[in-house]
Design a protein around this ligand. Structure first.
Ligand SMILES: NC(=O)C1=CN([C@@H]2O[C@H](COP(=O)(O)OP(=O)(O)OC[C@H]3O[C@@H](n4cnc5c(N)ncnc54)[C@H](O)[C@@H]3O)[C@@H](O)[C@H]2O)C=CC1
Ligand SMILES: N[C@@H](CC=O)C(=O)O
Ligand code: NA
Length: 433
């Protein structure tokens, strides 16, 4: 009988995801050999400090701090260190040495994807990254392959587990932001620097990747509008709850068609009010959900674990086994299709609904002044709720659809109006007309 073929795998990083990938690669070696048509042999794991005592049963002799030498011994490199450098240099070296690469590094791909995709294509290597968006949920391969024959109109969803976990705990348990972030970090959801999660940057990276694939266009990171959740107060969450809404950090990628017929792409990330009856409202904990709207297939929903070590390891290993099959059969990787090259639509032109909370003077004429200011900016009021406390009153106004540009001008005018003490908060409303 022929000896089974061996594919040598180098792992870079052994944190939340990497340690689970290594464990499963060793524990399930026979199963993966069957599925891939080759034995996937883990030849080493590059970490910062190989001597550090670890919470795992991984063999000590696999650890090294010499990632560059390790790469040279591998047919496949799995990059799970995170961050831009040295990940970018190491992936470049791996591809140049002829290795195929699997990564979960959305920060790197959102910043340097085009150069890495071009390199992979030039050398005929594979570069897979299903784990980079929405963790365990298969979303990139469905967009690239299953929906390659369709026209995507919109991709909308919750793509960051940490912020969903935090907002969910604040909404359902009344827990503080800080305590919720602490637990999300303990659960392995948060990035090494959780600023990336809470300021929306991680979701921004994912939105850039999703929009690029969905619209066959290189969507640059700086063209994805981004607001995180650090400005969302417990009061806003409670107000939303009373009004039948849930606050969620959303990523929205849309194809826009101008009156002239010209098409463009809008990609944006911000916290928004979602009606409690909307399916996104019941995405709890570290879960993610992505809706894809396409011309022929209609609406599709992808739901599941968006973060977590072992969950994300599933997506990494799925890429590895798929890529190993292709490696065994021979042939180049699947190139990126960026042929549509649609222009970017700025946030000022995007229209949505808004909820505006105002502290106003409780005196005759104040409401009329405020209504006039809305009318002057062509922003139409859908609902208005007033609560009084002494000579102060609070107004919560939900608008009909208006452009971001009109909204920004309205907020500036409200801030300088004598009828208003303070604009307390503005949140967009998504998922209802
Ligand atoms: N944790 C999660 O739920 C998810 C993570 N990801 C991505 O997966 C990647 C890994 O994430 P985690 O495992 O959570 O990170 P982590 O911070 O838990 O682990 C990173 C590992 O890389 C090692 N490392 C970092 N810099 C290094 C260097 N210069 N030299 C050698 N080793 C180095 C660290 O020592 C650590 O072992 C990141 O790109 C992250 O964005 C993607 C989806 C979900
Ligand atoms: N920090 C990320 C991890 C997965 O991508 C998140 O919280 O979603
Ligand atoms: Na995924």
């Amino acid at each position: 009988m022929n000896e089974p073929r061996i594919v040598r795998v180098a792992l870079l990083g052994a944190g939340s995801v990497g340690s689970q990938v290594a464990r499963l690669l060793l524990e399930q070696a026979d199963t993966f050999a069957q599925r891939a048509g080759a034995r996937l042999e883990l030849v080493g794991i590059a970490v910062r400090d190989p001597k550090r005592k670890r919470d795992t049963d991984l063999p000590a002799e696999l650890f090294t701090d010499d990632a560059e030498t390790l790469i040279l011994q591998a047919d496949f490199v799995i990059e799970l260190m995170g961050g831009i450098e040295p990940a970018r240099t190491l992936i470049t070296q791996a591809l140049e040495s002829g290795a195929d690469v699997v990564t979960a590094n959305k920060a790197l791909l959102a910043n340097h994807g085009p150069e890495l995709f071009a390199l992979a294509e030039r050398v005929g290597a594979q570069l897979h990254y299903e784990a980079a968006v929405a963790g365990a949920i298969p979303i990139l391969r469905p967009l690239r392959e299953n929906l390659a024959g369709d026209r995507i109109e919109r991709v909308l969803g919750i793509v960051n587990g940490t912020t969903n976990y935090i907002l969910d705990r604040m909404h359902t348990k009344g827990d503080s932001f800080e305590e919720s972030l602490r637990i999300a970090t303990e659960l392995g959801y948060a990035e090494a620097d959780p600023t990336a999660d809470i300021e929306g940057f991680d979701a921004q990276h994912k939105a850039a990747i999703l929009a690029s694939i969905a619209f066959h266009t290189n969507v640059k990171l700086e063209d994805v509008y981004c607001e995180g959740i650090t400005g969302v107060s417990i009061d806003q969450i409670n107000d939303a709850k009373r009004a039948g809404f849930v606050v969620k950090l959303l990523a929205i990628c849309e194809r826009a068609v101008e009156a002239s017929g010209t098409e463009s792409v809008s990609a944006r990330v911000y916290p928004a009010l979602v009606p409690e009856s909307h399916p996104l409202a019941s995405v709890h904990g570290g879960n993610n959900a992505v809706f894809v709207e396409s011309a022929a297939a209609g609406s599709l929903m992808f739901y599941g674990a968006g973060a977590g070590g072992v969950e994300t390891a599933s997506a990494v290993l799925g890429d590895l086994v798929t890529a190993a099959r292709r490696h065994v059969l021979g042939g180049p990787g699947l190139g990126e299709s960026m042929d549509a090259n649609l222009p970017h639509r700025p946030i000022s032109e995007v229209d949505t609904r808004f909820q505006i909370a105002l502290a106003v003077t409780d005196e005759p004429g104040a409401l009329a002044k405020i209504a006039t200011t809305f009318a002057e900016h062509a922003v139409s009021i859908a609902t208005l709720e007033q609560t009084n406390d002494g000579d102060r009153a609070s107004l919560v106004i939900v608008t009909h659809r208006a452009t971001e540009g009109a909204l920004q001008a309205l907020v500036a005018a409200l801030e300088s109006s004598s009828a208003i003490h303070e604009v307390q908060g503005v949140l967009r409303v998504e998922g209802s007309n």
